[in-house]
Write a protein that binds this ligand. Structure first.
Ligand code: NDP
Ligand code: 2IT
Length: 449
């Protein structure tokens, strides 16, 4: 391996030895950059990689809140402001009990590359809390969001840092966060958060954007290999924002989605998933996917256990992991390949372990990597920011058309970079290289900062 690359990897591993997800994300990116690093001998002297892997700033704070019974709880809040090279820090907020600094940093790091791929002026950041929104009342969610924003407000702004949603944070939470920000600042700063409701400055098609974008990328990737979504059997993990709209668009392109899941278990409906019912259970009632059986007793429900993540055992042509990091292990990858999968589309961030990704590539399975394939959400967030600046709104069709063009361009960039550096068809490497080329250019232009 390139000596400079190896040194940075070693130093990063020592410095962040208790952050496995962060190290996993850094290792994947740096290793795929080897041919680019080989071609530029001044990167070492100017510490390009060292600057790329060290966040500009990490903020961590106490979030006290009171539940409906008067009990006070304390959670930890984070905002990792990773890179402002090409725009204000931009990236979602995740509320999930598993949140820790390693997960925040891996997400913030990947966000820099993803945002660069969109071609829009947005830097990279991520935030969230180890707060568990499951089973909480609306009032508890509101009090938590208000307390969270009472600290976060001093670190963000429409030209500074623009958070949005992620796991556990949707339009409801963004609304409470926005309300509290506006109240503290006494200014209507529309572009300080994205994923807002339409009635106060949100963008049409933002809700759909990540899932739709994933399918646009998949369409382009399949087209490149003389294939299409038409008639394909698809399985989608998760049943949240990304999974639901990936399902909707995949069906529009003639695919049949036969399975979706939540963290408790998986629904297998060989007649094709009833998406309106999933929307009702998940978006309206905030229930469990198992309730699907109440209306479709002919479908099958398979529980998730510690050793079994059942959705990847189901035969599919295309698998779309849209739940969380490392949900596709080497074991699952082997089952998917044995069942004839042709393409993987990463809707979630880093859903495949390094070993799973390698196994797919070795077995000629096409992989649409998260940084590229799920960039439609943040790209549409940037379109929301432009609409807020213009004090204007585009129609749904206008936003969807822009999103489609952006995803098509992202695929082209990944393809071009993978061809240029001798790894044609490996869009994982292509995405990392294409993003890095842009970031390195900005880094060079801005001097040692
Ligand atoms: P949601 O909260 O809307 O949905 C998350 C879904 O994933 C739920 O079905 C949830 O099940 C499941 N899930 C979450 N954590 C786990 C876990 N540890 N094990 C098993 N299942 C789990 O989140 P999103 O749909 O917004 O996000 C899904 C993924 O997509 C995340 O990786 C996120 O980072 C990524 N992403 C999101 C974007 C966006 O715009 N929202 C943009 C780009 C990427 P349950 O309800 O049981 O917890
Ligand atoms: O991972 C992601 O790209 C997101 N959660 C969306 C971020 C955003 O700012 O819209």
């Amino acid at each position: 391996m390139n000596e400079y690359l190896k040194r940075v990897l070693d130093e990063t591993s020592v410095k962040n030895s208790n952050e496995p997800e962060f190290l996993q994300a850094v290792k994947e990116v740096l290793e795929s950059l080897e041919p680019v690093i080989d071609a530029h001998d001044d990167y070492d002297k100017n510490a390009f990689l060292e600057r790329m892997v060290e966040p500009e700033r990490i903020i961590s704070f106490r979030v006290p809140w009171m539940d409906d019974n008067g009990q006070v709880h304390v959670n930890r809040g984070y905002r990792v402001q990773f890179s402002s090279l090409i725009g204000p820090y931009k990236g979602g907020l995740r509320f999930h009990p598993s949140v820790n600094q390693s997960i925040m940093k891996f997400l913030g790091f990947e966000q820099i590359f993803k945002n660069a791929l969109t071609g829009l002026p947005i830097g990279g950041g991520k935030g969230g809390s180890d707060f568990n929104p499951k089973g909480k009342s609306d009032n508890e969610i509101m009090r938590f969001c208000q307390s969270f924003m009472t600290e976060l407000y001093r670190h963000i702004g429409q030209d500074v840092d623009v958070p949005a949603g992620d796991i556990g944070v949707g339009a409801r939470e963004i609304g409470y966060l926005f309300g509290q920000y506006k109240r503290i600042k006494d200014t209507f700063e529309g572009g300080v958060l994205t994923g807002k409701d339409i009635v106060y400055g949100g963008s049409l098609a933002r809700k759909e954007a990540t899932g739709y974008g994933l399918i646009f990328f998949m369409r382009e990737m399949l087209k490149q290999h003389n294939n299409s979504l038409q008639g394909k059997t698809v399985t989608i993990s998760g049943s949240g924002n990304v999974a639901i709209y990936a399902c909707e668009k995949a069906v529009e392109y003639g695919a049949k989605v036969v399975a979706m899941c939540d963290s408790n278990g998986c629904i297998y409906d060989k007649n094709g998933i009833d998406l309106e019912l999933i929307k009702q259970i998940k978006e309206v009632e905030r229930g469990r996917i198992k309730e699907y059986l109440n209306k479709h007793p002919e479908a099958e429900y398979i529980e998730t256990t510690k050793d079994n993540y059942p959705i990847w055992n189901i035969k599919a042509d295309i698998a779309l992991p849209c739940a969380t990091q490392n949900e596709v292990t080497l074991d699952s990858a082997k089952k998917l390949v044995a069942n004839g999968v042709i393409a993987i589309g990463e809707g979630a961030n880093m859903p495949c372990t390094a070993e799973a990704t390698e196994y797919f590539l070795q077995n000629n399975v096409l992989v649409a990597p998260a940084k590229a394939a799920n960039a439609g959400g943040v790209a549409t967030s940037a379109i929301e920011m432009s609409q807020n600046s213009m004090r204007y709104s585009y129609t749904f069709e206008e936003v969807e058309e822009k999103l489609d063009k952006i995803m098509t361009n992202i695929f082209e960039s990944c393809k071009k970079a993978s061809d240029q550096y001798g790894c044609s068809g490996n869009y994982v490497a292509g995405a990392n290289i294409a993003a890095f080329q842009k970031l390195a250019k900005a880094m060079r232009a801005q001097g040692i900062v």
